[in-house]
Design a protein around this ligand. Structure first.
Ligand SMILES: [Zn+2]
Length: 270
């Protein structure tokens, strides 16, 4: 029917116009868009693990062996990475390191809290080796038994966006060294604490929405993934470089072969 040919396009256009504004404004309102804009896209060039490690600026300041959070030695094979935030407006990474080293933070199964790294905008501080278990997530649950714990600082004056990106780089480098897949990077939220009224903690709170992982958390994991891809790409770059060097060596050997018979080399009529 000819009137249908006229009406259908009008209806389709009206529906499209009605939907378009909401599609356009919803993602732009998320914090993740602003964070990504502030940081800029993750570079695509391959990066060596050594270089990535240097850029992290890791200061090793371990809790003394046999004391406080390390009073019992418990070996751990890391399968996960757990992301926290300190919710402490006054303590920077150095202050948290001091507190852990004097046993000031009580809790957990051994009586003292401990985790592996604290990150602020310009530095990462390591508190326990990555092959030792921490006390930061879920008492005797898998979060403590199998994960490397990272705390992001929130003290006043700290650049929160830079802290998130340094944390993403640290998580990517740990994934690379410990062969941990990106789906095993978890928010503290993911490890329920038995016996608590709200077992799934709202942590790291500024990356969660309504106390749960959503768009912002997915952005953060995406950022980790892109940093990790640069490290993986470095392996491919090395393989290609090695192949090229072999090809170059091979062609040099051919050029340097002694000319045993000049007529064979240059042709019988030269
Ligand atoms: Zn936490």
């Amino acid at each position: 029917m000819s009137w249908l040919r006229l009406v259908i396009p009008i209806v389709v256009m009206a529906v499209t116009i009605a939907i378009l504004p909401s599609c356009k404004t919803a993602p732009a309102s998320t914090k993740a868009i602003l964070w990504e804009r502030e940081l800029g896209a993750v570079a695509e060039a391959p990066i060596s693990p050594n270089r990535a490690h240097q850029e992290l600026n890791i200061k090793v300041d371990l809790i003394p062996k046999g004391k406080y959070g390390r009073r019992i030695f418990r070996r751990m094979q890391a399968r996960y990475i757990t992301i926290h935030s300190t919710q402490n407006p006054t303590g920077d990474a150095y202050a948290h390191s001091k507190a852990l080293k004097r046993g000031a933070l009580r809790g957990g199964v051994v009586g003292y809290l401990c985790w592996h790294f604290t990150v602020q905008d310009d530095v990462v501080i390591q508190h326990i080796p990555t092959d030792e278990r921490g006390e930061h997530a879920d008492f005797d649950g898998p979060g403590n038994r199998y994960s490397i714990g990272i705390e992001m600082c929130e003290h006043r004056g700290n650049d929160q966006v830079a802290t998130m990106d340094r944390t993403a780089k640290l998580a990517a480098t740990l994934m690379y060294y410990h062969q941990i897949p990106v789906e095993n990077v978890r928010a503290h939220y993911h490890w329920p604490r038995e016996g608590y009224e709200t077992p799934n903690k709202n942590c790291p709170h500024f990356l969660l929405e309504g106390g749960r992982p959503g768009t912002n958390w997915r952005w953060f994991v995406g950022r980790i993934n892109r940093h990790h891809e640069r490290l993986v790409a470095y392996n491919e770059y090395l393989r290609e470089k090695q192949k090229q060097e072999e090809r170059d060596r091979h062609s040099r050997e051919i050029v340097q072969l002694p000319c045993l018979h000049r007529f064979t080399c240059f042709g019988a009529f030269t």
